[in-house]
Design a protein around this ligand. Structure first.
Ligand code: SF4
Length: 365
């Protein structure tokens, strides 16, 4: 995925004396794309590659990555794909992580490879949480996006299989213009499905074709309002990905509700405060390349040449992205830039500048 603009500032500026290079700094989540292989055909939601490649991380390299995650005390290692079940060593990988007290979540794809027995085996191997993509409350919405007829019904069946063995379930949803009207029905569905976490993604266009699908700043606010209202009544946790300005929305609402008497430190969301591209989050692709976000295609380096702590704590890319003084436009002067900072992935996708203002924020300055 490349930037969609010819106005380019792709090179991270060398770090100044920036807080955040301390030895104790650690991600709150590392996501590792264990493979890009998948039996299902490519769709807008999936990767084009369908076969396992030689450049995919070996089992030994996977174990090294898990050791580094364990040594950094990262709270969650999220395993994703492709279809992770395409890797024959998936069960040993999950077991190896569990033996080192690394809590794993695993994104499962409801292909014929996934059965109730496989889910039971994953649970027995020490998997902490199963995660599924569900892009709509109805089959028409989800199957249309996934490009696979029947995948909505099969995903719901597999969620049931997770409950049968006591494996907690997370649902991921990508919102764009095609489905943002579906937030409330999704909340009803997820309540019935008894999930523990809803990870709400906001589109970062991967190509010029997808720009029309991008939610406007006002439409982001509409979704935020529904998420915030739901967060007060539902049992499951709601988290946003590439929707960093939801934190600003929550703070504004809490400030309003307290009639201005609350301090900023009292109204920060309970969810991880700095889970942003480079702050608290790392994406490792199937070849070991390390990125600040799955949707930000600028690599900090490869794990075959440098360690995860080195790249996260000291690479010029990660260090410069943690420096909110580099932000431009309205993000650069925004009072909550240290907490929010906007989606660096979306800014880069639309402008080619890592530090440009978040293109879809309604914050008035
Ligand atoms: S202007 Fe930027 S930093 Fe401020 S709330 Fe919006 S996205 Fe976040």
């Amino acid at each position: 995925m490349g930037a969609l603009s010819s106005s380019v500032e792709t090179q991270p500026v060398p770090a100044r004396n920036v807080p955040g290079t301390a030895a104790h700094l650690r991600p709150l989540q590392v996501t590792w794309e264990v493979t890009r292989a998948c039996d299902w055909k490519a769709t807008p939601a999936r990767m084009a590659r369908t076969r396992r490649g030689k450049e995919e991380f070996s089992t030994v390299e996977a174990f090294n990555l898990i050791q580094e995650v364990a040594a950094m005390h990262v709270p969650v290692l999220a395993l994703t794909g492709g279809d992770p079940l395409s890797r024959p060593d998936l069960f040993p990988i999950v077991e190896f992580a569990a033996q080192r007290s690394v809590r794993t979540s695993l994104t499962l794809v409801p292909t014929p490879l996934l059965t109730a027995e496989v889910i039971a085996e994953l649970k027995a191997s020490g998997l902490m949480r199963a995660s599924f993509w569900l892009h709509g409350s109805t089959a028409a919405l989800h199957d249309g996006y996934a490009g696979i007829k029947g995948s909505h019904a099969r995903t719901l069946a597999m969620v049931g299989s997770c409950h049968e063995v006591g494996l907690p379930v997370q649902i991921n949803t990508m919102f764009s213009r095609r489905n943002f009207h579906d937030v409330d029905p999704m909340i009803e569905l997820l309540t019935r499905l008894d999930v523990i976490l809803w990870n709400v993604f906001f589109l970062v266009p991967a190509s010029r074709d997808q720009i029309d699908e991008l939610l406007s700043a006002e439409q982001h606010e509409e979704v935020f309002a529904k998420l915030y209202a739901a967060s007060k009544r539902v049992q499951f946790q709601i988290k946003t990905s590439e929707g960093q300005h939801y934190q600003r929305y929550v703070m504004q609402q809490k400030m309003r509700e307290s009639r201005g008497s609350a301090r900023q430190s009292e109204i920060l969301p309970r969810a991880p405060k700095n889970l942003n591209d480079s702050k608290g989050y790392v994406f490792v692709n199937y070849r070991g390349e390390v990125f600040p976000s799955r949707y930000l295609p600028v690599s900090a380096g490869n794990l075959t040449a440098a360690s995860l702590p080195e790249l996260f704590r000291e690479s010029p890319l990660f260090v410069s992205l943690r420096d909110s003084s580099r932000l431009k436009g309205k993000c650069g002067t925004c009072a909550v830039r240290h907490v929010c900072g906007g989606s660096r992935a979306r800014a880069y996708a639309l402008t080619g500048d890592l530090f440009a203002e978040e293109p879809c924020c309604a914050q008035a300055l």
